[in-house]
Design a protein around this ligand. Structure first.
Ligand code: B12
Length: 361
């Protein structure tokens, strides 16, 4: 138990509502908690957020389908909105007064994990900030134009997938150009926000509550971040982006002798298969992660993605050694790119260490 009133039994009940797509039950439970004195912030951060992480674990392990995850996330979204709107009437700083300042909340470009940004927006409102949420995958151009029109004191960028870091960088640059500081957050910015620092974000916070507290402590936020992205890394990243169409063709190479991982035929274009993992999707994510690893010059972005892919494949009965095959095939095609080869070699080492994998003869 971590928040007053949010016991393990309450968590289990809430989780059962998500599993059963029981929107009414989840809303009632949240309402009961608020009525009994649990704070809106605790409901958002101690109940909904961990439940969503559990939802992800069930999806990753293959226990839940994508549809079950979508249904559960929908229920969580309804709860976040209801809790936020119930809190509006009772909070000391009613939403919209902006007594603490104006925050623009946006997801990084390419990022469709929007719920974290909704939770952040709700928590910032509870702390008295005026919040303008822009939603998922905001391009630097859209962001810049909105910054210029709405004039926030600070832009909060949420990034879940590290593969989106190069795109987040362009957003940060756009804000810097407009003279508006950026607070970064979300697991995509790495352990302790290490890549938020690399990209030159002005502030980083690990969760929504500490984000609100950091803003209040450092108000008004100022431009103080400094990017340490190397010009050589940007060039190597750009090369990878240019070569992407060629690299993506690897997905159509059969990954023998590892049945289970395959490309999609025309007939299968619209068929969801639980047993077969689409190699194009998998390769696309690996390429995103490789490019991002090159960009921030940190192999952990790539090894982290390989680690996720390994777990994901293993629970779907696909031999994870196909990742070694993919990594080697990429290395073959990227011989002239030392920065990429470096990250691929680190990835390969991790795979071999973890699984005793070897390249099949
Ligand atoms: C729901 C969900 C989705 C939904 C999102 C719907 C929506 N409206 O949000 C959809 C279906 C779109 C989705 C898609 C995908 N997903 Co998904 N998804 C999730 C899931 C289950 C929950 C996300 C969530 O709400 N988390 C709860 C929030 C509250 O936690 P949080 O992100 O840490 O946020 C907190 C803090 O970090 C902080 N914070 C966040 N942002 C910011 C910003 C600032 C400024 C501050 C201060 C703080 C802050 O505040 C929050 C509250 O404290 C996660 C599981 C997980 N572990 O999160 C997987 C997960 C993130 N997804 C995953 C994957 C792989 C994908 C896909 C690639 C799957 C696919 N094959 O298509 C796509 C990618 C889509 C894309 N391009 O963005 C993986 C990522 C693994 C990895 N390293 O690659 C995860 C971890 C699942 C898993 N366990 O494997 N997903």
């Amino acid at each position: 138990m971590s928040g007053p009133g949010i016991t393990d039994a309450v968590r289990a009940d809430f989780y059962a509502c998500l599993a059963g797509a029981d929107e009414g039950g989840a809303l009632e439970l949240a309402d009961r908690l608020l009525t009994s004195g649990v704070s809106a912030e605790d409901v958002l951060l101690e109940l909904v957020s961990p439940a969503q992480i559990e939802v992800g674990a069930r999806w990753e392990s293959g226990e839940w389908t994508v549809a079950q995850e979508h249904a559960a996330t929908h229920v969580s979204r309804q709860v976040v909105d209801a809790v936020a709107s119930a809190a509006r009437s009772t909070t000391r700083f009613p939403s919209g007064t902006g007594s603490q300042g104006h925050v623009l909340v946006a997801c990084s470009d390419g990022e469709w994990h929007i719920l974290p940004s909704h939770i952040l927006a709700a928590v910032l409102r509870l702390h008295g900030f005026h919040v303008r949420p822009l939603g998922g995958s905001v391009s630097p151009y859209e962001l810049l134009s909105d910054v210029q029109q709405s004039g926030p004191d600070v832009v909060a960028i949420s990034c879940t997938l590290p593969g989106n870091l190069p795109l987040a960088y362009r957003q940060i640059e756009a804000c810097r150009w407009a003279g508006v500081p950026v607070m970064a957050g979300g697991p995509g910015f790495g352990p302790g926000g290490v890549w938020a620092d690399t990209l030159g974000a002005d502030l980083y916070a690990a969760d929504a509550r500490s984000g609100a507290e950091a803003l209040r402590r450092h108000w008004p936020p100022v431009l103080r971040g400094e990017s340490s992205v190397q010009p050589g890394a940007v060039e190597a990243y750009a090369q990878l982006v240019r070569r992407r169409p060629v690299l993506e063709r690897l997905a159509h190479t059969p990954c023998e002798p590892f049945p289970g991982l395959r490309g999609r035929s025309a007939e299968e274009e619209h068929v969801e298969s639980e047993e077969h993992v689409e190699s194009a999707e998998l390769l696309g994510r690996l390429l995103d992660a490789l490019a991002a690893a090159v960009f921030v010059d940190d192999a952990r972005v790539f090894t982290g993605q390989l680690d996720f892919a390994r777990r994901y494949l293993a629970t779907r009965s696909v031999d994870p050694r196909c990742l070694v095959v993919m990594t080697d095939a990429l290395a073959d095609r990227l011989r002239g790119s030392p920065r990429a080869l470096d990250k691929l070699a680190a990835g390969r080492r991790t795979l071999v260490e973890q699984d005793g994998s070897r390249r099949p003869s």
